[in-house]
Ligand binder design. Sequence first.
Ligand code: TA6
Length: 299
Amino acid sequence: MTPDALRSLEIPGLARFESGPGGLTRLAVTTPLAEAHVCLHGGHVTHFQPRGQSPVLFLSARSFFENGRPIRGGVPVCFPWFGPRAGQPDAPAHGFARLLPWEVESLSIDGEHIVLAVLRLAANDETRAHWPHDFVLRHHIVIGQRLTMMLEVENTSREPFTYEAALHTYLAVADARAATITGLENAPYRDKTDGLQTKVQPAEPLRFTGETDRMFENTRATCTLHDSAGARRITVEKSGSATTVVWNPWIEKSAAMKDFADDEWPRMACIETANAGTDAITLAPGAKHAMRAVLSVGK
Ligand code: TA6
């Protein structure tokens, strides 16, 4: 989109487009309710901070901000596959949606100072080279005291397609070693740190005691991250999502990631809202599917 087209969408004093890290264009929202940044690269929410709170999303100090590379932190949009692509080790992890520039379809504010930005990614020659289907993604981002993200997938092909998707949310915590996650008690999961073996979360909160990478399929529960060291809770409610992924890279994996500082892992925890694995979605021609995550902060 041209700078003039973006400027015409701005809401004076509340929502504007600016050059962010790496010169990537981002929407900067500052209202009485919250601050937020949304990078057009990847349709990527990189910052959300309700008034009176510290930032809710973790963003690595080492993140790349380059076309073609994922941003480390915030809420990466994973589509049309999750994780490594089956049978194609050279394919970009988590799909191509987070690597491409998105358009701004609309930007508005309501009477309660809640901002709605709708970002759009449609199939093009680059995406078709990876994945031979026509689609439109719309990312509805609602910025108020809470952050609501709704990822809508539309099949504009003439044939059905099956996809995986995730809002790969990196939450900011004061110390992951002292944090717990409730909402997943007794739920089965596939343990990515142990050959994707199926295990069951005990009837107790999930704690981080090492690299943690758990894919809870067929779960629609609200999860709450209890950040005891930060004296706050972050709740992730969801709809239209059957998979929840919980991830912390811990020490060794952090050291192996160029876009992640070695000492950052205690300050983040991913609670990802997804449809992946056996929860992959098949869309008929012309059909749409919406997946929503709502982040809220409490004491
Ligand atoms: O969601 C967990 C996960 O699949 C981990 O296995 C780890 O790979 C993480 O995503 C980050 O993936 P990325 O491709 O962004 O480095």
